[in-house]
Structure formats: C-alpha cells, structure tokens
Design a protein around this ligand. Structure first.
Ligand code: NAP
Length: 338
C-alpha cells in the first residue's frame, strides 16, 4: 500500500522531492501540498492528479488523508511544522536545518522525547551517498586504523543573492559537520574558524573562503574548506587519514577521458547533480521506514547537534578563538550514536 505524503513548501527542493515521490521512488504518492505562495502550490497540485491543495501547513498536517509529511519550506518555518507533525503523531521528513536555532531544535527534541518515539528524520542526504557510505565502511571497518584527521572541501560554484555570509557555515558547511559526526560516530567538541585571504569574487562583507576546524570528542581533527565562489563547478572533497592508511572520495561524476596527452573529466554543475542519487536513496529509505511504521536516518538529535555546531562556528568566526561546543544531555531516545 502506498503512503500518502503531504509536502509543505514547493520551492526548489520541494519540487525535487515531489518529482522523486511521484516518478522515481516506490511506495508513496504526493497526496497534498501547500506553500506560503499558494498560487505556486496550486500550480504544482494541478500537475498531480488527486493531490489536495491546503491553505496552510497546519491544515495539511491535520488532514486525515495525509499519512506522513515532507517539510521543504524555508528553514525558520520548520519548527512549527515539525512540532505539528509530532503532536499529530505523524512521521515527518524535514529538510535541513531541523531549525535554525539551538532553542528551536531543543523544543523539537523535547516534544519528540515526550512523544516517546522517533517521528523526525532530517535531510542530511550525504549519509545516503554511495561514496560517503563506502568511506564510512572503510573507517568503521578499521581498514585504515584509528582515524586521526579528515580533510574536506565544500566548493560551491556560486550562490544566489539571498545567500548571507553566515550561510557559508550554517547552510553549506553544515553538511560537512553532519558527515564528521556520522563518520566518526561522535560529537564535535570544539570549532575554530580561520579566514584566509578573501576571494576577489566574494560578496561585500563575506569571508570567503573559510577554513572550519572541527575537533571531535576523541581528538579527530577535521578541516573543512568552505567557499561559495569557486566558479568552476560544485566540488566536494573528503579524505580521512588513519594510522594505517587513508580513504578519500573519488571524482564523483562520470568518466575520465584521456586524449592528446591530457586527461579530463566532469565537475558536477551543482548540488543537484552531485547528490541526485543520494536524495533518491534518502527519501526512499524514509518512505520504506514509514511504511514499516517507524523512521530512519538522521534524527532530531542530529539536527540539533548540527545546528549547535553551526552556531558555535559562527561564534568562532566572530571571536577568532577556538570555541567549545556545548550540547545538552542526549535523551535515551537517541541512544544510537550519530
Ligand atoms: P526555496 O526554493 O526558497 O523554497 C522554499 C519554499 O518554502 C518556497 O516555496 C517558500 O515560498 C516556501 N515557504 C516559505 N515559508 C513558508 C511557510 N510559512 N509555509 C509554507 N511554505 C513556505 O528554498 P529551497 O532551496 O527549496 O530550500 C528549502 C529547504 O530545503 C531549506 O531549509 C534548505 O536549507 C533545504 N535544502 C536542502 C538541501 C540539501 O542539500 N539537503 C538543498 C537545498 C535546500 P517563498 O519562495 O514564497 O518564500
């Protein structure tokens, strides 16, 4: 039986997830949509036979025909919708960030803990990328010995006008923060942010690129080069250095061409191209888990921890100092390590 999914927010990624649920994945259909821009939501609904248009997110969550909810609206609205889903006892897939502030994430963690079961999955799709999964298998399988360091880079070709300088950390590097927690199965204990010479292409007031240094609880050091003006493509890098060897992400797209004494390959144009299959796998895993009566993947705790590390990173950027990450105690509901 197919689950009826309601989608709140039909912007770029909302429409991508609607396409996935309708045409790529199995076991679900889009039964309802809404958006703060109702005209746009109406246009989307018109292309989906039998899909109900709701005037608000609250109405969509309350619809008894909606089995589970995908939240793809603007970040500051996530808390309201996720809390409504928890109150209604409905499974919710929430795009990152779970919420933009520590306090909002805490309210979600508290509500889910009070409900006594996991109802929230957060959209950190890199955990479903084949290369990152293979890297995690190598790290956790002990093949390269004890991990010591990770070098990562997150190079965006460009970003839209609404992108603020803080978003280099809390919208872009947040993915690398989640990867670090997940790869090494532990929390980030401290953050330092270094500011190299600024690119001439950086917007006024931006420190771009940044070097974000994450220290895990056991002392693994992760350096993340984060930039949003690379120009040449969307370039995602990662290499873990262990006591006995290294494991690194390979070039992600397509084939290598060798001709005329040179070799070349494609750099993905953007995050959609690089992670298209990860998004598919992520949402399919959620659909399958919901059909089985539960959830899977990154939890509300993971969303909370990522937001706190981002806030700490922004504090470190401003202070120029190493800032410790202070997390609340992890409720038993989230006892499985990140
Ligand atoms: P977007 O194109 O601006 O879409 C956001 C949509 O939500 C817009 O249609 C927006 O309408 C709508 N919205 C805003 N407030 C709302 C409300 N109160 N109720 C219902 N809908 C509302 O942004 P996006 O790129 O799709 O991003 C959406 C979310 O996905 C963000 O949290 C973003 O961080 C996340 N995201 C994640 C990834 C990833 O790699 N996992 C990639 C992209 C985006 P208006 O345009 O009229 O404001």
């Amino acid at each position: 039986m197919s689950i009826n999914v309601g989608v709140i927010g039909v912007g770029a990624i909302g429409q991508g997830h609607i396409r996935r649920l309708s045409h790529v994945l199995s076991g679900a259909r889009v039964g309802a949509v809404t958006d703060v821009d109702l005209d746009r939501a109406g246009e989307v609904a018109r292309d989906l036979p039998g899909t109900v248009l709701h005037p608000t997110g609250a109405a969509l969550v309350a619809d008894p025909g909606v089995d589970a909810v995908v939240v793809t609206s603007w970040g500051p609205t996530h808390e309201e919708y996720v809390l409504a889903c928890i109150a209604a006892g409905k499974q919710v897939f929430c795009e990152k960030p779970l919420a933009p502030t520590r306090e909002a994430c805490e309210r979600i963690v508290e509500a889910e803990t009070a409900a006594g079961r996991r109802l929230v999955m957060v959209g950190f799709m890199r955990r479903f990328d084949a290369q990152y999964r293979a890297m995690k298998d190598v790290v956790t399988g002990g093949e390269i010995g004890l991990p010591l360091l990770m070098h990562a880079a997150h190079r965006n070709p460009s970003v839209p006008d609404f992108f603020t300088s803080d978003m280099i950390i809390n919208d872009s590097a947040v993915h690398d923060i989640d990867v670090a927690r997940w790869l090494f199965d532990e929390e980030i204990a401290a953050v330092t942010v270094l500011t190299p010479r600024t690119s001439r292409k950086a917007k006024a007031g931006f420190h771009d690129p940044l070097l974000v240094l994450l220290e895990t609880g056991s002392g693994v050091l992760v350096d993340v080069e984060a930039s949003v003006n690379a120009g040449f493509g969307y370039d995602i890098r990662g290499e873990v250095v262990g006591e006995d060897g290294t494991v690194e992400l390979s070039e992600s797209a397509g084939v290598v061409v060798k001709r005329a004494g040179a070799y070349s390959g494609r750099v993905p144009a953007d995050w959609r191209e690089r992670f298209v299959r990860a998004f598919d796998a992520e949402l399919q895993a959620w659909v399958d888990a919901v059909a089985a009566g539960g959830t899977t993947g990154p939890s509300a705790w993971d969303g909370y921890a990522a937001t706190v590390v981002c806030e700490t990173g922004l504090a470190a950027l401003r202070s120029g100092a190493r800032e410790p990450v202070v997390l609340r105690e992890r409720p038993d509901l989230y006892e499985v390590a990140p």
